[in-house]
Design a protein around this ligand. Structure first.
Ligand code: FE2
Length: 327
């Protein structure tokens, strides 16, 4: 079975194709909306996705050396995400499913991140640390035979903003033109002195907005590299403490860290060290799969199709707040 997946929850318009017979990603193409001197404006991002949808779908088919007649189903990100962006991706997916008479599969975005990370690490029954812009959650799933499937439970999560948003917001406050967490990470790598910052962990939950406010007030008053270093170390330590508690609670021996912020090697390194202390292993997948992408939507779409979750083209829907524990 060949599934074409469309991702459009935020900045990225991604289109990928997964071939279940070969258990292989046949293509993974994307276009990326870059806001200048502002946060993401949903309407502008959605317009960008609409303008690029045709081209990116064509590129994905070309990369896989396939035509639309070879595709067996269309999967799309149904949420959570920015309303106008989700609508654009869902409309494109519905159009393709209608025109080529294919089943349509709504996919939960965090579910896709988890699925692709597990597909690549081949971990058996992991504790999941999902870290992205809008979300930061500690999750467990249900192991059934070889697969790791819904229902998922959220053991702990951020009580305010996601890790990715924390870094993006700080980057913008520092005046970076294309404010992004990767800029904070690059500055943090050059930091030398750690300054104590607000640290909030409550059981298996954590919070970052106090940390952001504290750091924002120190911009221009302390070395910027040290500021980024201190903020990042503090935020990652919060996640590690909560993850350690969850590891003890569940007795699991594997940790998968996934989502956009899992591209940060320092976070993975810290989780690896913590896991090692308890005779467990931590790992992540390739950066191309931790960044938002269409291939992971196609892969999760396959498992959702197997769970009989496909719908007809004209039944498409989106849900901006679709939590992973409600799949
Ligand atoms: Fe994501």
């Amino acid at each position: 079975m060949k599934i074409l997946g469309i991702e459009s929850t935020a900045h990225t318009l991604g289109v990928g194709i997964y071939d279940s017979k070969k258990d292989e990603m046949r293509s993974n193409q994307k276009a990326y909306y870059k806001p200048v001197n502002e946060g993401i404006v949903p309407r502008k991002a959605a317009e960008y996705h609409a303008l690029n949808a045709n081209g990116v779908i064509e590129k994905a088919l070309n990369e896989a050396s396939l035509e639309m007649k070879d595709i067996d189903a269309i999967a799309y990100s149904a949420g959570p995400g920015l309303g106008p962006c989700l609508q654009t991706g869902a409309t494109a997916a519905s159009f393709l499913a209608g025109k080529f008479e294919l089943p349509l599969i709504p996919v939960n975005h965090p579910h896709a991140h988890i699925t692709v990370a597990r597909w690549q690490t081949r971990f058996d029954d992991p504790l999941i640390i999902y870290v992205s812009g809008g979300n930061t959650q500690i999750i467990t799933g249900t192991k059934k035979s070889k697969e790791f499937l819904p229902p998922f439970s959220v053991l702990g999560e951020t009580l305010d903003i996601g890790l990715g948003n924390l870094f993006d917001m700080l980057s913008r406050e520092m005046g970076d033109e294309f404010g992004h967490g990767s800029i904070v990470a690059a500055k943090a790598a050059k930091g030398k002195k750690y300054h104590l910052m607000p640290y909030t962990v409550k059981g298996v939950n954590f919070a970052f907005s106090g940390l952001f406010t504290f750091a924002k007030k120190r911009i221009g008053k302390m070395d910027e590299n040290d500021l980024c270093y201190s903020l990042m170390e503090t935020a990652f330590a919060e996640v590690c403490e909560a993850a350690e508690r969850a590891l003890m609670l569940t007795g699991k021996k594997e940790i998968i860290v996934c989502g956009g912020v899992a591209q940060n090697e320092r976070l993975v390194q810290k989780l690896e060290s913590m896991a090692k202390l308890h005779g467990a292993r931590a790992a992540t997948c390739d950066k191309i799969y931790n960044a938002d992408n269409g291939a992971m939507i196609a892969l999760a779409g396959f498992f959702e199709f197997e769970r009989k979750k496909s719908i007809k083209a004209d039944e498409f829907w989106t849900d901006q707040k679709w939590r992973i524990d409600l799949i």
